[in-house]
Design a protein around this ligand. Structure first.
Ligand SMILES: Nc1nc2c(ncn2[C@@H]2O[C@H](COP(=O)(O)OP(=O)(O)OP(=O)(O)O)[C@@H](O)[C@H]2O)c(=O)[nH]1
Ligand SMILES: [Mg+2]
Length: 319
């Protein structure tokens, strides 16, 4: 009797150890795959993705971009050029606003005009926040609109965002989460003019977590996308936090277009949002340090330029 128990216990132990061994083998396989990915990321891409970077990161290019932006003036018939910044909570929308303002002001110092995320806080931005990005001659203005991030707590915020795009929502409106703006709201604008509407929409996506966007959030973004598609309003997707990707060259941002890891995120964004190459742009927002630097400036400036040009085409076609 005793020997039978012993045999059973031994068989049980062997089975347990075999299971454990299989688990370790599986984990080792995963780690090997991760290591392989990291090794591949260490190799500089022969051909850049996105843009030709051969003469991109230098002072002359930055000066040229600033000059180009000065020359892009809103047309006679439209007083304002309005850009909406939207996306999932914490994706870097307000930091993007600060970055754009910083590079256009170009004083050397980073601005904090939009409050950014603090640890242990819910969505930092709760109200529609209008930011003057640039003044043009004749009182014309380039304006950014920062808004509350898409998340569970923000409810069906996509309807409010669509109202913002249509020009119905005035600066300072607080996104409620459990209800959308009604016509009785003091900040509801019943009959917006064309220069109170949005002329280009930016989807902000954290490059690192592009593959982890929740299906509910994707559905909300899809509804906004459907609306802007039906109105032919231009869309740009900005991949933030590319400085946190594996840039193979110890984080040197000017290597971003030669980084395999960044390219993978760029491709994933294009597929996920069904976009073309020129609609997806990488950015490293100004979130630390007091001063500007060339690579961050250039990435931001080529993005602003592309957004403004696209908005101007839209305005030209609709006025
Ligand atoms: N490293 C790095 N961190 C970033 C970047 N952009 C934003 N962050 C950080 O990401 C966090 C969220 O940034 P916010 O700009 O507040 O994001 P948001 O989308 O406005 O957030 P909500 O208004 O709460 O929806 C902050 O801790 C920022 O410092 C970036 O490009 N690089
Ligand atoms: Mg914010």
């Amino acid at each position: 009797m005793m020997w039978m128990w012993r045999t059973l216990i031994r068989a049980d132990m062997i089975k347990g150890l075999e299971d454990e061994r299989d688990e370790w083998k599986e984990r080792a396989k995963c780690l090997e795959a991760q290591l392989d990915e990291l090794r591949k990321n260490r190799v500089r891409l022969e051909t850049p993705w996105g843009v030709d970077d051969s003469a991109l990161f230098n002072q002359a290019k930055k000066d040229q971009l600033l000059q180009d932006l000065d020359n892009l003036v809103p047309p006679q018939q439209c007083l304002n050029l309005n850009i909406l910044v939207t996306g999932i909570i914490g994706s870097g929308k307000s930091s993007l606003v600060n970055t754009f303002k910083t590079v256009l002001r170009n004083s050397g110092e980073i601005t904090n005009i939009a409050t950014t995320y603090g640890q242990y806080m819910d969505s930092t931005t709760l109200k529609l926040h209008e930011i003057l990005l640039k003044d043009y001659p004749g009182g014309k203005k380039l304006r950014l609109y920062d808004c509350r991030g898409i998340c569970d707590n923000a409810g069906d915020i996509q309807h409010d965002i669509i109202s913002v795009i249509k020009g119905h929502v005035q600066n300072g409106y607080e996104f409620q989460g459990n209800q959308n703006i009604g016509q009785n709201n003091q900040l509801y604008r019943a009959n917006p003019t064309f220069d109170q509407k949005i002329h280009c929409v930016i989807f902000v996506v954290d490059a690192k977590s592009i593959d982890e966007i929740h299906v509910d959030d994707m559905k909300k973004l899809a509804q906004i996308r459907k609306h802007i598609g039906s109105e032919n309003i231009p869309l740009r997707l900005i991949l933030t936090k590319v400085d946190e990707l594996d840039l193979y060259s110890d984080g040197d941002l000017s290597s971003v277009f030669r980084s395999r890891h960044a390219k993978l995120k760029f491709e994933a964004a294009k597929v996920k949002f069904a976009l073309q190459d020129n609609q997806v742009r990488p950015i490293a927002n100004y979130v630390t340090g007091p001063n500007q630097n060339l690579a961050q400036d250039i990435l931001a400036l080529i993005t602003v330029k592309s957004i403004v040009e696209e908005a101007l085409v839209y305005i030209g076609n609709n006025t």
